[in-house]
Design a protein around this ligand. Sequence first.
Ligand code: HEM
Length: 499
Amino acid sequence: MQDTTALRPDVPSPPMYGDGTGQPLRRLADLPGPRALPLLGNLHQFDFKRLHRTMEQWARKHGPVFRVKFPTGAFLVVADPDLVGKVLRERPDTFRRPTVLSAVAAELGAMPGLFDSEGAAWRDQRRMVMQAFAPHAVKSYFPSLVQVARRLQRRWENAAATGQAIDLGGDLRLYSVDIVAGLAFGTDVNTIENGDNVIQRNLDAILPGVARRTLMPFPYWRYVKLPADRRLERGIAVLRDAVTDLVKQAKQRMLLDPARAVNPPNMLEAMLAAAAQGGSGVTEAEVAGNVTTMLLAGEDTTSNSLAWLIWLLYRHPDALRRAQDEVLRCAPSLDALTLEQVDRLDFLEACTQESMRLKPAAPFITAEALEGTVVGDVAIEKGTIVLCLMRDTSPDNTRFENAAQFDPGRWLQDSVNRKASMPFGAGPRICPGRYLALLEIKVAMAMLLARFDIASVATAHGGEPDEQVAFVMAPETLHMRLRVREERCGSGTDRLDRQ
Ligand code: HEM
């Protein structure tokens, strides 16, 4: 593993110029932080699945800017949303994603995609991907999205009829994979009805495995492979073969029907058409890399955001009732659902914002300084890792009134501090899938609230779900029980669904 965090002795000291306050700048070594052991630093205090929690506790204790030590060096932790936004906006020129991420991916033989590309390659890919995710492109995909929601509805109707508990996270992952696969490759993988497929099965091992390796201070897997490493390497190889196959099939379709290159019906074919044209700067390997990236970036993020939202609504009956009333008033039937109806679900959208504020899919985003620079009043050297905490840790409710409360109504007030919550990141690398993700969430919720009453959502121990981070912050396993809403029984839904 590359040493990305070290303050290397061969790098010159940062300039000690002022930041406009006339005060000398602080350096990493001047910052407060948790007490560290000589060689280990703070490593012994990390539980990697709960790393965000530890960092948030330290932010409350040491303030919004502090340092943490790793055996490989020290890194800067920033919890102030203004500073976080500044760091994220200064990509790709002053900051990049940590080198260790692309190094781990390259060592695994993963094909690079938008998430782990930098510089000119990132710019070219970003332009191409943004076209595929433009609101009009996502809108044209709306009917397919509703079809996937119908399949989930049928699955949940069966569970309700037989009194079965639904594995919430598992079912929502099937939903999000089917949607991304349909939009990105034009492939109806239908994992909801056919069970998980080879892609779905192997996706689950990849993000946690990569996240683990990026955090390890020593590349032990080069000497000893643990079961998790074998799962990760197998997952990458299987996914690479599956994606290569998808690309081959798409090329064949385009060869047989050249009109597809002019008006590509999905993202994969649009990327292949762009790569073939030349001048796009995008290679065929990058096309394959982005197919994998979309699957990885679009699955767990959306499904876990939905799971957290359902959990929070269940725990807040007033908000749940209001969201359900809104759905029954504005979007009462999945069969007749239109984009205009979805756009009218303002309270549901507010619930989603509020849920992502309290339970962001990415509770931290890391960046690496490409040059010596200044963050707030701290001068950092090239190569320093900045860990940006994405959840509000201010102790005094300055950014959000009653910050710990689930209060969706705050998002309907003009006065809400929108910039202090960044569930999709910020700046040039902000999530390109955010419009699709919000649409996916609203369609699933409209289906759920129009067709069912939520009887229960619970962990095995009956308490609050633990937050588990493996790249994405997931709740521990939640089981949901549903009742079909009386007034909708025998409606035309079943008939239409089966056509
Ligand atoms: C609720 C669902 C989602 C959440 C909360 C989410 C969140 C994020 C966040 C926090 C980032 C990092 C942004 C940054 O560094 O500033 C990101 C990046 C990204 N997301 Fe999402 N995401 C979601 C859904 C999706 C979907 C559905 C897709 C595509 C199908 C997607 C594709 C990507 C890609 C490709 C990147 C990398 C962008 C780049 O580096 O330029 N995401 N997402």
